[in-house]
Design a protein around this ligand. Sequence first.
Ligand code: HEM
Length: 158
Amino acid sequence: MKKLLISVVMIMALSAIGYSQKSLYDRLGGEAAVKAVVGDFAGRVLADVRVNKKFAKSDAPRLVKNLTDFVCVATGGPCKYTGQDMKKAHKNMAVTTGEFNALAEDLVATLNKFNVPQKERDEVMGAIAPLAKDIVEKKNNSTGTALPKSFKPAPPLK
Ligand code: HEM
């Protein structure tokens, strides 16, 4: 009986911890914070010669909107992502491992600027890392490589 009671109390305590854990989206600061983070990140990426050639043909408003929704959904926020999946979005872009890492570095710089704590920063980067398999087409450490002629950007938003 005593053992059962202890088990019940432990289960209640553990679920209380579980339920009190807010989504990463809320811990980052919700909609305003995610918008600010994406805005700063987009600015860094477009200024970064290691990656910015890849964005030459793309529609900036579409990218910012879809990236904001993507980050919102990926962090457990109340949004809907209506863009392309990561494989399709980055097809024929010839993104290298070095370029993927450069973009990840830009994201860390943004998260640091907004004083995102290490735990949340690690969670964001942990969510990004597995996407490399769908985005990287060239496994080498070069950066600043050209956008191939075969790349077709997605249409601008209506
Ligand atoms: C770190 C992980 C990355 C994430 C989470 C990510 C996310 C996204 C998202 C959500 C879109 C919008 C897709 C759409 O509008 O349908 C997008 C598009 C794009 N991404 Fe990424 N991306 C990542 C890495 C990269 C890298 C490393 C590069 C280049 C160096 C890159 C270049 C682009 C470009 C140029 C577009 C526009 C595509 C178009 O115009 O059709 N992305 N990305």
